[in-house]
Design a protein around this ligand. Structure first.
Ligand SMILES: C[S@@+](CC[C@H](N)C(=O)[O-])C[C@H]1O[C@@H](n2cnc3c(N)ncnc32)[C@H](O)[C@@H]1O
Length: 276
């Protein structure tokens, strides 16, 4: 007998529960139908007893095999939401994290208070920060990344969402012309020594988007120095839990007048704001 949508959903829930924790398995099961197959909960309630086509069963089967190996759902799907917008993501880009919304909120707040007209997103990845700021402000937005694979994705996202962003390939601020205005970045900040203890999903994201030398501090510290030397109005960074104290000391040591830390909802250091 052909498998119904209802049966397919039960089988998927059982398969996911075999390798995810129960809450995660339930949430993913719904998302796979809604986002992956485009079948809403209400559609499934009305059509659950109909036979699921072979294509839907094959797609679910293929996703289960990849997800079981730890591949993140966003890579299977090919997109992720950030500030309510859909961004393409590929294995060349980090998957957007909810904490990065705090960085965008802080950039909007600081940029408006300082009256900036320009902003640079350093390490743009899929372009979430640059595109969000381009769409939510009247600022001129530039973005840089070392990875041309990531920049290609960011360019497609900017085009798809109608955002005007100047993209530059290169190291930190080097390829970006002055004046800089506000500098915003979510650069790699994970300590390479923590690698063996990390969730296995992280192994699918580019190492060059996650890890930085000097206990995760090297790129943040280098950008603070470059932004200061090139007279940025302010530099806002997403940082790792516990990195706030040392990065604030380093920021003040290289001539920033003020350095403040915002914590995330879990109470961890998350955003550093350096002001001139
Ligand atoms: C943590 S990911 C963040 C991506 C995106 N901004 C986000 O929030 O999802 C860091 C990004 O920085 C880029 N990157 C790493 N080192 C860099 C460097 N020295 N200069 C420019 N970009 C760099 C990586 O390629 C990656 O795309």
């Amino acid at each position: 007998m052909a498998q119904t949508y209802h049966q397919l959903r039960l089988d998927l829930a059982t398969a996911l529960a075999g390798f995810l924790d129960p809450g995660e398995a339930q949430g993913e099961c719904l998302r796979w139908f809604e986002d992956g197959l485009g079948l809403s909960r209400s559609w499934l309630a009305a059509h659950g007893q109909e036979a699921a086509p072979a294509e839907a069963r094959q797609r679910i089967g293929g996703w289960v095999r990849r997800r079981e190996q730890g591949e993140p759902w966003a890579y299977l799907l090919g997109w992720s939401l950030f500030r309510g917008r859909r961004f393409e993501v590929t294995p060349d880009t980090l998957i957007p994290r909810p904490e990065t919304e705090l960085l965008v909120e802080a950039a909007l707040d600081v940029g408006k208070r300082l009256g900036v007209e320009r902003c640079v997103d350093v390490g743009t990845g899929s372009g979430i920060i640059a595109v969000s700021l381009a769409l939510e402000t009247g600022w001129q937005i530039a973005a840089s990344d070392l990875s041309n694979g990531a920049l290609a994705v960011a360019q497609r996202n900017a085009k798809a969402l109608g955002a005007a962003v100047q993209f530059h390939e290169g190291d930190l601020l080097e390829p970006v012309p002055e004046p800089l205005g506000l500098v915003v970045a979510n650069l790699p900040y994970v300590d390479p020594a923590d690698r063996p203890t990390l969730q296995r999903e992280l192994a699918f994201e580019p190492a060059s988007a996650l890890f930085a030398p000097d206990r995760g501090l090297a790129l943040s510290a280098a950008l603070l120095a470059q932004a200061r030397a090139r007279r940025a109005a302010a530099c806002l960074l997403e940082i790792g839990a516990g990195q706030g104290g040392e990065l604030c000391r380093r920021a003040l040591g290289i001539g920033w007048a003020k350095a403040l830390i915002h914590q995330d909802f879990a109470g961890h250091d998350r955003i550093l704001i350096a002001l001139s």
